[in-house]
Design a binder for this molecule. Sequence first.
Ligand SMILES: [Zn+2]
Ligand SMILES: [Zn+2]
Length: 421
Amino acid sequence: MPGERDFVHLHLHTEYSLLDGASRAGAVAKRAAQWDMPAVALTDHGNLYGAIPFYQACQESGVKPILGVEAYVVAEGTRADRTRSGRDGSKNLCHFTLLAENDTGWRNLLKIVSDSWLNGFYYKPRMDHDLLAAHHEGLIAMSACLGGEIPQFILNGQRQRAVDTALLYRDIFGPESFFLELMDHHTPEQTQVNEAILEIHRETGIPLIASNDVHYLESTDADPQDLLLCVQTGCLKSDPNRMQMSSRELWFRSGQQMWDLFGELPQALLNTVAVAERCNLELKFGDLILPDYPVPEGETAGSYLRKLCLERVGRFYSPVTPEVLQRLDYELKIIDDKGYSPYYLIVWDLIDYAKRNGIRVGPGRGSGAGSLAAYVLGTRQRRRQPGRLRARDHRTGPDALRPLLRALPQSREAVAARLRH
Ligand SMILES: [Zn+2]
Ligand SMILES: [Zn+2]
């Protein structure tokens, strides 16, 4: 008898599917744990805003987190095109489910989601087939809900296009990593689509996966979710023509309920567990990740920073007393011990570039920016004498770097170009 451990939700929206998802990460994680599910996935619409809270909530509840997205993909053309429908009038903005299998997949997911916002935004952040092909590694893909390309082609009577798209995705992601998604929210369209998907599965051998398009935790949450949609679309609940979900079954069904629905297709259910076992993303928190700053040969970031400071200290102090040198030495030691030397060099480079190019810069603030080292480097603009940098002032972790960042110049474009350089 299959139990809760024989099904994993791989398609799930939280509140970060803005004004659409009506479940919270913590509650989802607790429910999955309570029902003894081994894992649970997050696939918010077009964004990863909820990824970290979801990951941490799952860890707290002892359930394996799987991070993904329900992406928007243009069925035809590229993400740069600004069209809402294809040449034949079919919907061009489709859904597509992506899950990160490992660290490579997670990095690819970050890249393509960012790209969809930066280069593909038109009503929604959109990806295209080329973007997916370029960054498919480490990702597991599923054909999504009725809004997916394949279901849309099926509903439009374009069966061959549905098959061709399925084969295209199998080529992009590989036969092990692309699944035809089956959902059953008791709608006639889904019955039609599922029948065709089963045929395509038999013809092509592309594996099946069963999912529920989870938008809320309890079955009784359909109404609150409906209200969110009203807010999103700016419509009154009484408006008969407004956009509504086609089903009230978008809740966190139990494994047993999923087996009741798809029991005749056990592999589609067992594949959810197999995919969950494959997904092993480990995120580390609290580590400082700084890019390297290219220093002249024979120098380290620490020695180069020291050299720059010593070259400049005479511009601010005359004479340079042993006390000043002692203080500079003390600070540079703290900065280097904390691993911040490359960061100081990067900020110095940007500020120096800005000043040479007539771009205004902020004054710099915080304990780090108040140091003598920052003062002689010119990354701190205040005229008064700098305070002494103390080890306890320089907290560890990414938070510690915020004060210096505020000294960044105000002309972002030019500085961003320098950063890329
Ligand atoms: Zn969808
Ligand atoms: Zn969905």
